[in-house]
Design a protein around this ligand. Sequence first.
Ligand code: ZN
Length: 249
Amino acid sequence: MASSTLRVVVWGENVHEHINAKVAAVYPQGMHTVIAAGLRELLPTAEVSTATLQEAEHGLTEARLAETDVLTWWGHKAHGDVSDEVVARVQKRVLEGMGLIVLHSGHFSKIFKRLMGTTCSLTWREADEKERLWVCNPGHPIAQGLGPYFELPREEMYGEPFGVPPPEEQVFISWFEGGEVFRSGCCYTRGNGKIFYFRPGHETYPTYFDANVRRVLANAVEWARPPATRWVDCCPNAKNPLEKITPKG
Ligand code: ZN
């Protein structure tokens, strides 16, 4: 069941920040702390906490996930270090109704690939180029408070083809200075849970300080909150049919 207070866990791989001076300069306390600060700023009534790869069970114990309405996921360098047991646990919670926001290089995370069932591959380039994100549906909850488009002056390029199932709703399409385009805001449902993939957020750029990006993340977290009602999937054996079944000779 959905809780009245929105409980959000911001998960961060928290590796680049400790091995790359350029990343540490932008995010000295870690990317996850900046993502969480943006959510606290725009969703003052939400309970926002963080968890990282280095914590026991990556900070995502059964008990913690049971009390989580929406999980955000940033990972890149250490996808392979995420335990399969935790991935299975997160998948189970999504199917039960927990929202999941997958960020940037999280496209190759174990949890996103498992939930999509496809390669989640894409084209990429690091060249300090401008990204323009166009809003595909101004009426979508995740696009509220934005103009027709917004721009990030420097980002990594992600281009098509993006190896994901066709999104149920497309909220953003990105254009890059070098000419590529990309489906940069994709909505999915898996079981009772909502999933939003949002493209920007390369670790060497201050993307998570950007006001429009923060608005998108806050909107996405609200959108992905668990449904008020849900299907409890228990695969019942219907031993007693409503109608008499004629014995076949
Ligand atoms: Zn990146």
